[in-house]
Design a protein around this ligand. Structure first.
Ligand code: NAP
Length: 345
């Protein structure tokens, strides 16, 4: 019989439940054996659903358990660094949801530990690299058929945010996806970055900036402009267009039928043409998450990770730190990284 990778999961919230379901129902070569969370009852409920072990709130106990060979971290952002370091203490495989950490310095510690071990053990949940739309954009850019890429115009819009959300999280939690995908699409590194505060939306009276505009320049001179709206009041809307010398490539909208009709009960209103807009990140990239975890498990079972690394998590955080430091200065700040270790080449 095929040997299954025994996975443990920390953080039984929205994406934790999704990833648990994926490992149990979608991903070949692995099975979830244990879960833990901040509140024991969240872990107990998820464990009961799948008939697996609950470590309650003993997350470090789950990591140390000899049965657990690999750990998925889906707890809240500020906990990621410490759990990744704990997994690395036991030299186990680790899939950490984005962001790898809250700042670049903490990511450097993770990199230093991986270098000490001499092996990549951490993959970061930058799942957009597994989305068919982004993958096709990259294929076309890399083929060179449209000439060199010059500019990226992107936007990241979320419906709303939970309590405790801060302006800086617009970068560290939300725009972090763009900070990864743009350098991946371009095959280029960031030179400098600036975060610009623009006219504020009426949806943003909750103590954080909304929208923010993220500007980045790359080493090869490309210019990137990302609109970040964390409370747009209408949908989860992700857009990206790369302008090249001889044409452009644009992220396709998710498949949706355009309806021409009067809304029900609105007989006096003119018929309208409308396309449903998704409101939930779980649906928009559902296939990418599936492919991402299948790829991670296959790589672990093969003994060599190939997906987004600690280095990728680190670079996104370096750019994020520069953006957060630049807010209100009207200046581009350097995106200065340490030298890239050979382990990540
Ligand atoms: P969520 O629904 O709020 O779930 C977060 C979970 O973290 C909660 O269930 C909470 O547990 C748990 N938690 C809090 N403190 C903890 C601690 N000290 N130790 C262990 N667990 C702790 O949030 P979410 O949307 O699932 O997001 C979770 C993470 O995934 C975030 O880092 C987020 O950035 C990332 N994420 C990534 C994507 C993506 O597109 N790749 C999408 C969504 C989320 P209790 O319920 O037990 O209190």
């Amino acid at each position: 019989m095929e040997k299954l990778l025994k996975v443990g999961l920390i953080g039984c919230g929205a994406i934790g439940k999704e990833h648990c379901r994926r490992i149990m129902e979608k991903v070949p070569g692995a099975t979830m054996v244990a879960v833990a969370s901040n509140r024991a009852e969240s872990a107990d409920a998820l464990a009961e659903k799948y008939g697996i072990r609950s470590f309650g709130s003993d997350c470090n106990g789950l990591i140390a358990d000899p049965e657990v060979e690999a750990v998925i971290i889906t707890s809240i952002d500020p906990t990621h660094h410490d759990y990744v370091m704990e997994v690395l203490k036991h030299e186990k495989w680790c899939f950490c949801e984005k962001p790898l950490s809250q700042n670049a310095r903490d990511c450097e510690e993770i990199i230093a530990r991986e270098l000490e071990i001499g092996k990549r053990l951490v993959q970061v949940g930058f799942m957009r690299r597994y989305d068919r739309g982004y993958a096709e954009m990259k294929r076309i850019i890399d083929s060179g058929e449209l000439g060199a890429p010059l500019l990226i115009k992107a936007c990241h819009r979320n419906v709303s945010q939970g309590p405790g959300f801060k302006t800086e999280n617009g970068i560290t939690n939300v725009a972090i996806h763009e900070l990864d995908i743009c350098r991946w699409l371009l095959g280029d590194e960031y030179e400098d970055a600036q975060c610009v505060r623009v006219r504020q939306s009426a949806n943003s009276d909750k103590g954080y900036d909304n929208p923010q505009v993220v500007l980045l320049r790359t080493k090869k001179g490309c210019f990137i402009d990302v609109e970040v709206q964390v409370a747009d009041g209408y949908g989860y809307d992700i857009q990206c267009e790369v302008v090249c010398e001889n044409g452009t490539v644009k992220l396709p909208d998710p498949y949706a039928v355009v309806r021409r009709a009067r809304p029900a009960g609105w007989d006096s209103v003119k018929p309208a043409e409308c396309m449903p807009i998704m409101t939930d990140w779980k649906e928009r990239f559902i296939e990418a998450y599936d492919i991402e975890l299948c790829d991670w498990v296959a790589a672990v079972n093969n003994g060599k990770l190939t997906g987004p690394s600690s280095w990728d998590g680190y670079v996104a955080c370096v750019a994020g730190d520069a953006l957060n430091a630049s807010r209100g200065t009207s200046q581009f700040l350097k995106v200065d990284t340490i030298d890239k270790p050979a382990l990540y080449l």
